[in-house]
Write a protein that binds this ligand. Structure first.
Ligand SMILES: [Zn+2]
Ligand SMILES: [Zn+2]
Length: 244
């Protein structure tokens, strides 16, 4: 069966005026995943079984708290805590029994309880829900690049990508496109990235110059939100519309 394509949301992300359309895709999925998690679903047994087990990452527990469904969040945290306490009790006897020696990963040497806690730290119901579809969105982006000249134009006219997502799409393009097309794609997105990083860097320069009294009466031009936009570019803070 052909994998499902998500041409509409991917096109919408590239239509947005933002510093990274891949961040925009992620953000729309994240909003949906947060809404789902804090919607009626948290009362459903099969969903709760999963949230009890995997819990949430720091980013998403904070985002859910901001959304204000305190009762829903409290109920999920309570049964997640019940489950965690049970697991820790089961493993308590083996705490401190980890092997010693040199291991490739620090978790290989950890005792079973520490390893359980590490796995818990690395797992998140919201991240999992996003990532399953996010992968398909990226596949759809390559499909559109391959087959749709209107999309190619959108890509060319986009404002480029953040560091993290440029890395992600460069790593992926060789498995999603044939060799020649992958090379062209990589050259194109790298070129767009450089031009747009330079644009935001120049905005940031003007933002800094504006603090000089000699420029105090000059216009801000596009530099007022330059620090936030550079954070989106460099620090992989996922795109969040400053107007929201
Ligand atoms: Zn990004
Ligand atoms: Zn998460």
């Amino acid at each position: 069966m052909k994998e499902q394509l998500y041409t509409i949301p991917v096109n919408e992300a590239f239509d947005k005026d933002c510093e990274c359309p891949v961040c925009a895709m992620y953000e729309s999925l994240e909003q949906g995943a947060l809404e789902f998690t804090l919607g009626p679903s948290y009362m459903e047994d099969d969903i709760r079984m999963v949230t009890d087990k995997v819990g949430f990452c720091d980013r998403h527990i904070e985002k859910m708290y901001e959304r204000g469904n305190r009762l829903g969040l409290a109920l999920m945290m309570k049964t997640h805590a019940d489950r965690t306490i049970n697991e820790v009790k089961k493993l308590a006897g083996s705490a401190g029994s980890g092997k010693t020696g040199l291991f490739k990963k620090s978790t290989d040497a950890a005792d079973p309880l520490a390893r359980y806690l590490q796995d818990l730290e690395d797992s998140c119901f919201v991240c999992d829900r996003i990532n399953n579809v996010f992968e398909r969105y990226l596949d759809t982006m390559f499909y559109l690049y391959h087959s749709d000249s209107a999309f190619q134009n959108k890509l060319k006219n986009s404002k480029g990508f953040c560091n993290r997502h440029l890395k992600d799409i460069l790593n992926r393009c060789r498995t999603k496109l044939d060799a020649k097309e992958a090379k062209d794609f990589a050259a194109l997105v790298t070129d767009i990235y450089i031009k747009n990083m330079e644009r935001v860097r120049d905005d940031l320069s003007w933002f800094i110059d504006k603090f000089d009294y000699r420029h105090q009466d000059d216009p801000w031009k596009d530099s007022k939100d330059a620090p936030q936009r550079m954070m989106m570019k460099q620090d992989s803070v996922f795109y969040e519309n400053p107007q929201n």
